[in-house]
Design a protein around this ligand. Structure first.
Ligand code: NAD
Length: 484
């Protein structure tokens, strides 16, 4: 049984209140999480402020960069520990976490350390009314003490996606991991101490959202900025908290992403791509596609091919060879996903495959398993097509023209990502411009260059992170104007 302690000012700190951590594969309790009190959150904020005003704030950039490289190296050195922690917390397939979650978790520190070392600031010369001149240049300073509030679907990857650039820019952070996935954020505390990151630079407070660590942190008056990934309605609550004191926010929120497959697509690649975008990580990826539009001439063939792929996915625990689909994160989330499975039928869907719970061996019977599910035949007004489900399920609908599918794809308040499959170059460019999203993949999905802008339009988020765009949120630019 693991104890997940808070990490405050370089020390692991227990709390009086505790809650169970259950593993998704069997629902068994595997750990105890120490829920930070308001006083402990306050202690973390004070430690972060002291580090910002002290050793971290005074550290030369070159030294900071060196330390962040050391963090990445230490995560890689302890790769197996991080992998085991992530697998126990999420139940996702080992192949997925070992290729994406952990390596990206480490890379996030190196990429942003290198960016801060290499990106210049602007400078302008000007003439002045007296016939002289002046020179302007910008300096970057950290935004300050940053609250980092994280979801459970890609715990280490999404957390370091924020902590990496925040620390590279010279900020200090307090991380509030999801209550469902406390492990890797806690482990990262050990890494910070091992490589010599000063106490208070990286802090972790465990707990829930409302009336718990999430709210204590985001409402804390000495937090300078809040970066959040999670549900849109949580974003609304955090934005209200951020309004007190006019604190900036960076939000990566929910989605209801469309996949679009044209008849001229490379059929096999499109089927493989949509299989991933619909079912990877058991459908618990913000960028995933829960509604897919397929051009009519290939619609029936596509439905049959995706059905075959879904039915071939091996369901099972992380370490079983060949597993492609793990469990959902929690019993509560499983109830939500299954409620949509029922609702789809009530709303008149044809269930092409799935729609229920798989038979699992006795030891895994209490796990949070659901079948990968494909529907057809629903009207666009159906809740299954409008609302984010966050499960391994997808509705397929036929379309005829480019104009029609653009209108279908854009008929949502969300605007995170899309994946378009076509061999027609002109059409690919036209679609990329017409679909209202932050990220448009053509003939690919979840292919990420960390230097590119990442974020959503509409209800899918505020701001962009990634590459130099992260610097815009995690630093303040000060213009210096010198009369010559
Ligand atoms: P969630 O919003 O329920 O929780 C996210 C975090 O916010 C958790 O740490 C939670 O404890 C905390 N929280 C909840 N209420 C709070 C409050 N009132 N104040 C402060 N903190 C609060 O999201 P989740 O269920 O963990 O994650 C799934 C959601 O995240 C989906 O909607 C998904 O689309 C979204 N997501 C978006 C992206 C993206 O990049 N756009 C990436 C991953 C996940």
């Amino acid at each position: 049984m693991t104890e997940f302690l808070n990490f405050i000012d370089g020390a692991f700190v227990p709390s009086e209140r505790r809650f169970d951590k259950r593993t998704p594969t069997s629902h068994a309790v595997i750990g105890t999480v120490h829920e930070a009190s308001a006083a402990q959150v306050d202690a973390a904020v004070r430690a972060a402020r002291a580090a910002l005003d002290g050793p971290w704030g005074r550290m030369p950039v070159a030294k900071r960069v060196e330390l962040l490289h050391a963090v990445a190296d230490e995560i890689n050195r302890r790769f197996d520990d991080f992998l085991a922690a992530e697998l126990a917390d999420t139940g996702k397939p080992r192949s997925l976490a070992s290729h994406i979650d952990i390596p990206r978790g480490a890379a996030n520190f190196k990429v942003f350390a290198d960016i801060i070392k290499n990106v210049p600031t602007e400078s302008f010369e000007m003439t002045t009314p007296d016939g002289g001149s002046a020179v302007n240049y910008a300096v970057r300073s950290p935004v300050g003490v940053v609250a980092v509030v994280c979801p459970w679907n890609l715990p280490l990857l999404l957390m370091t996606w924020k902590v990496g650039p925040a620390l590279a820019c010279g900020n200090t952070v307090i991380v509030k991991p999801s209550e469902e996935t406390p492990a890797t954020a806690t482990l990262l505390g050990e890494v910070m101490n091992a490589v010599g990151i000063p106490p208070g630079v990286y802090n972790v407070v465990h707990g829930f959202g409302p009336q718990s660590a999430g709210e204590f942190l985001t409402r804390h008056p000495d937090i300078d900025a809040i970066t959040f990934t999670g549900e849109t309605r949580t974003g609304e609550a955090i934005m209200a908290a951020a309004a007190q004191g006019v604190r900036p926010v960076s939000f990566e929120l929910g989605g209801k992403n469309a996949g679009i497959v044209f008849a001229d697509a490379d059929f096999d690649k499109a089927v493989a791509g949509i299989t991933r975008s619909a079912f990877e990580n058991c459908g618990q990826v913000c960028l995933g596609t829960e509604r897919v539009y397929v051009q009519r001439p290939i619609f029936e063939k596509f439905v049959a091919a995706l059905k075959a792929k879904a039915e071939a996915l091996k369901i099972g625990p992380p370490n079983e060879p060949g597993v492609g689909l793990g469990p959902l994160i929690s019993a509560e989330h499983r109830q939500k996903v299954l409620s949509y499975y029922r609702r789809a039928v009530e709303e008149g869907a044809t269930v092409v495959t799935g729609g229920g719970v798989p038979d699992m061996p006795a030891a895994l019977a209490e796990g949070h398993w659901v079948q990968p599910t494909i529907w057809t035949g629903l009207p666009e007004s159906a809740s299954v097509i409008r609302e984010e489900i966050f499960g391994p399920c997808v509705h397929l609908a036929p379309f005829d023209t480019e104009e029609e599918v653009i209108a279908l794809a854009n008929a949502t308040r969300y605007g995170l990502a899309t994946t378009v499959w076509t061999e027609n170059l002109g059409r690919a460019h036209r679609m990329a411009r017409a679909v209202k999203v932050g990220i448009c993949w053509i003939n690919s999905w979840f292919l990420r260059d960390l230097r590119t802008a990442f974020g959503g339009s509409g209800a899918s988020g505020i701001g962009r992170e990634g590459g130099v765009h992260s610097l815009e949120f995690y630093t303040e630019l000060r213009n210096v104007c010198i009369k010559l």
